[in-house]
Design a protein. Structure first.
Length: 669
């Protein structure tokens, strides 16, 4: 049965492949065709999701039927093109093989290195259970709530991140989860986004003037970013937004060369819209790119530039319209809840302070290069220098206005294999090297364009530093900026350094990146806690091991009970998804909904289908001090519930507990 459902997951994947084949019939270049196929597929997925949700048909039958119809339609178009003697897909392997044979031995080694890197990340993505903390708290819980509700409409929840956060990545995960009846392919969205980014940055490098070696180097730079490797097997969304930003940047460069026409307007609008629909940080990343496009448009089209600007904006807004409307209805704003991580002070000194602190997240290049046995790591020295500089600058390095409340004290982190803390130190040094070489190498191809591109990507980072506070996980949000730099790096280094030096550097990047593939701190491929040795159920709790037994026992009780309507209640915790996974929540006949909701989503409790929810049991998850007395009864809707099961785990002064309350009339005294 599991294999049958896995076959159904091929429906949307087949659609992507068919879109590629149809596009390839009418345009040259498989890489550009792949990017075009991606945005078409992304738009289709969004339309299917929104349309089915309107009629509460967002379930297996609706999703499978629509993808089947899409596939049938695409097959018909493709066969019509084939009958006219257009592109033959069986020629692609031959062309790829021919291109590889044209490469040097070193070039073939580099291609092999990229392949093995991608394969290793993919193995982790397809074998490991999702377990990133954000995924457990809101990325995946929203998916299972949508599946249960047959709609992506907002619902009452104690974690409003599940509602207002930009949802495209989870849309894609939901389709695969519906079709496979499991989360086996949940991480594949990020992995495919990584593959797309490799293709996209090589195209950006080509547009910026790179020859074949420079394009390969761009892909290697992108494939070996530690944070990218870790996220390639994750259910987070930074690689997804990075991919759509790569598409936006490439199509902008394409527009500069080809001019404004309908297809490029659609490409720009959909890339921008899908980036924004994937993650809110896309507003920051996209602004400098859009400004660059606007300036170029004014130079070439004068007052007529308003027409393509309106068209691109309209497409982007239409793609996000459903999410905007849902947010306005619940939160009164299309963006949802105002962010708590924005800087509350501005000025040149503030910007310089945050730039230094953000860069410091990627400072541990000594340990990255495994030289700490011979050279003292620089993290301590870097922190001292930054503190001294702040004293000269007259800025408090720990000013609350500049710091996240979760990380009130600044520090320079050491090397990490966790996707919340992994820096990219050597890649940052390479970017600085490329910027320096660009300044002194006047023989670079398309140098003005290259300079403008570097300025725009640097502008993305500066805008990020001007708007967002400092915290350790910010290094995760830097990933799209590193990926956008990849094409620039490939061009500059391949045209500025000796070919052998570039080849050696590329191979070293591939070699030094391997620990992040094998020793991912929460999804290790090797070692005692390997994903090949630890059960899938236990893997969900890699970031919260103390909860393993609590959730497993409580889930077993709920799963075996006759109760069909189960309330979920949380206090000081949002660790929700593992419970759903253990009770097989989105496939069982039981209904799970949040109760005792006291935030902006609470009015939804009075609307269909939530107003008639009468739980016969409430599962209460709490994280609190051991001094806090335990509740033994609960009241909801005039009904009393009495504790029927309890388990806790105490560590120091903190108690993690799960209680199951049942309706008093259902209790056998």
């Amino acid at each position: 049965m599991a294999m049958l459902f896995l076959l159904f997951s091929l429906l949307p994947i087949a659609a992507l492949a068919l879109i590629f084949l149809v596009i390839k019939q009418v345009q040259m270049g498989w890489r550009k065709s792949l990017l075009d196929a991606s945005w078409v597929w992304g738009v289709l997925l969004t339309i299917i999701t929104e349309s089915l949700s309107i009629f509460h048909l967002f379930g297996f039958a609706g999703v499978a039927l629509l993808w089947f119809l899409v596939d049938a339609f695409l097959i018909a178009i493709y066969l019509q093109g084939r009958s006219q003697g257009k592109y033959n897909p069986f020629q692609l392997p031959q062309k790829v093989s021919y291109s590889i044979r044209q490469l040097s031995i070193t070039g073939n080694l580099e291609i092999l290195g990229i392949f093995l890197t991608v394969l290793g990340i993919g193995m982790v993505a397809f074998v490991a259970a999702p377990n990133h903390s954000d995924s457990m708290e809101y990325h995946l819980p929203r998916v299972v709530h949508w599946i249960q509700n047959h709609s992506i409409a907002h619902y009452p929840t104690q974690n409003i991140f599940q509602l207002y956060q930009n949802p495209w990545s989870e849309f894609a995960i939901a389709h695969l989860q519906i079709l496979t009846q499991s989360d086996r392919l949940a991480a594949s969205i990020q992995w495919f986004a990584m593959l797309g980014s490799l293709v996209g940055v090589s195209l950006i490098a080509q547009e910026l003037g790179a020859h074949r070696q420079g394009q390969i180097l761009s892909a290697i730079f992108c494939a070996t970013i530690p944070m990218g490797i870790l996220q390639g097997s994750s259910t987070n969304n930074d690689l997804v937004v990075a991919f759509w930003m790569v598409c936006l940047a490439y199509f902008a460069l394409l527009t500069f060369r080809q001019g404004v026409h309908t297809l490029n307007i659609v490409r720009l609008g959909t890339s921008l819209g899908l980036a924004i629909l994937s993650k809110g940080t896309a507003y920051i990343y996209a602004f400098p790119v859009c400004l660059w496009l606007a300036v170029w448009g004014i130079q070439h089209y004068r007052w007529k530039v308003w027409q393509p600007i309106v068209s691109v904006s309209a497409i982007a807004i239409l793609l996000n319209l459903g999410h905007y409307v849902r947010n306005v209805l619940v939160f009164g704003s299309p963006l949802g809840v105002p962010g708590e991580e924005t800087i509350n002070a501005f000025g040149p000194r503030i910007l310089i302070s945050n730039v230094l602190k953000q860069l410091a997240l990627h400072a541990d290049f000594i340990r990255y290069l495994r030289l700490d046995g011979w050279i003292t790591p620089m993290t301590g020295i870097a922190e001292k220098v930054i503190r001294i500089f702040h004293n000269v600058l007259g800025v408090d390095i720990n000013d609350p206005a500049l710091m996240s409340s979760k990380y009130p004290k600044f520090f320079v982190p050491s090397i990490s294999f966790n996707e919340d803390a992994a820096g990219n130190p050597v890649h940052l040094l390479i970017i600085f090297l490329a910027l320096g070489l660009m300044a002194i190498n006047f023989r670079l191809p398309k140098r003005p364009l290259l300079f403008a591109y570097a300025l725009v990507v640097t502008g993305c980072f500066l805008l990020f530093c001007a708007l967002l506070t400092w915290s350790l996980p910010r290094c995760r949000l830097h990933l799209p900026i590193f990926i956008l730099y990849a094409g620039f790096v490939g061009v500059v280094l391949s045209h500025s350094l000796n070919r052998r030096i570039v080849d050696i550097a590329a191979i070293l990047l591939l070699v030094f990146s391997s620990p992040w593939i094998v020793h991912n701190s929460v999804r290790p491929l090797w070692g005692e806690n390997s994903i090949l040795a630890v059960s899938r159920a236990e893997q969900y709790f890699r970031t919260q091991p103390d909860r393993t037994e609590l959730y497993m026992e409580s889930a077993a009780i709920v799963r075996s009970s006759s109760c069909q309507q189960v309330g979920l209640d949380f206090k000081n915790t949002s660790f929700e998804y593992p419970f759903w996974a253990l009770v097989n929540g989105n496939q069982s006949s039981q209904i799970f909904r949040h109760v005792n909701v006291q935030n902006q989503s609470s009015p939804l409790l009075q609307k269909s289908p939530f107003q008639n929810f009468q739980p016969c049991a409430i599962v209460y998850f709490a994280s609190q001090s051991t001094d806090t007395p335990l509740e033994t009864t609960k009241t909801r809707g005039g009904r009393r519930y009495k504790q029927d099961w309890y388990q806790s785990k105490v560590q120091k002064n903190k108690r993690e507990s799960v209680q199951i309350f049942v309706r008093k009339s259902d209790i056998t005294e």
